[in-house]
Design a protein around this ligand. Structure first.
Ligand code: 13P
Length: 255
């Protein structure tokens, strides 16, 4: 963090939580708590049906509301899916793509992550691209290979110019929702490895300008240490993004 070349981004991933009324109450509660804390961008990614309520509550504040997924087609016979055109029509700028829960439970692959990413970028959206290794891969010592492969496959066809609209979220799958957190050293090492891949793909300037978040049980207690690492440019937060005091403490750690 604290690299003048890139923004720190603290984003909440609400996952399948909050009705519209609950989202309104939450945003109204947290809005004054994070007001004026402008050293980082603050985003909450919400379930589709909750987005409008969250946006209305966040209006005029420093909080932005994003989505948790997007389909790659513009329209058509894709029951249950939502297109980038629909999201931008609703004023949604940010979208999470490739979250490990989508990869684990809903058949998301690097190929579909890449297609969704290209579609979102073409629609002018900003993408929070999630990737990370599973426990067996970490134990086998192949984390670098896994995140390198994911970075390359997920970003295939993404231009250097488009990288302005990409945030990468490094989320070790074994740390998500488990209470296990990567140590600051592990987070730093792997975020640095991802940045090395960006250097390879796009050169140093683009790599240095790209925000790379850590996600996986980041909370009010461990955020400051994780965010103190030079290659950790923010957080993608699940559980702690549902509690105003905890999320605010993470924003404070990023100031
Ligand atoms: P937790 O913070 O609940 O571990 O979730 C992390 C995550 O999946 C954010 O996208």
């Amino acid at each position: 963090m604290n690299n003048a070349k890139r923004r720190t981004v603290i984003a909440g991933n609400w996952k399948m939580n909050f009705t519209p009324a609950e989202a309104t109450a939450f945003i109204n509660e947290i809005k004054p708590m994070v007001a004026g804390k402008d050293n980082c961008d603050i985003i909450f990614c919400a379930p589709y049906v909750t987005i409008a309520a969250a946006q209305a509550a966040a209006e005029g504040s420093n909080i932005k509301i994003g989505a948790e997924n997007v389909h790659f087609a513009e329209s058509g016979a894709y029951t249950g899916e939502v297109s980038a055109k629909m999201l931008t029509a609703c004023g949604v700028e940010y979208v999470i793509i490739g979250h490990s829960e989508r990869r684990q439970y809903f058949g998301e692959t690097d190929e579909t992550v890449n297609k969704r990413t290209l579609a979102a970028l073409a629609a002018g959206m900003k993408v929070i691209l999630c990737l990370g290794e599973v426990k067996e891969e970490r134990l086998a010592g192949i984390t670098r290979e896994i995140v390198s492969m994911q970075t390359k496959l997920d970003l295939a066809g993404v231009s250097a110019e488009d990288m302005k609209n990409i945030i990468i979220a490094y989320e070790p799958v074994w740390a998500i929702g488990t209470g296990l957190t990567a140590t600051p050293e592990q987070a730093e090492e792997t975020c640095g490895q991802i940045r090395d891949v960006l250097v390879e793909l796009y050169g140093k300037d683009v790599a240095e300008a790209t925000t790379i978040q850590y996600g996986g049980s980041m909370n009010d207690k461990n955020a400051a240490e994780l965010l103190s690492k030079p290659n950790v440019d923010g957080g993608l937060i699940g559980g702690a993004s549902l509690v105003a005091s905890k999320f605010t403490a993470i924003v404070d750690a990023a100031q």
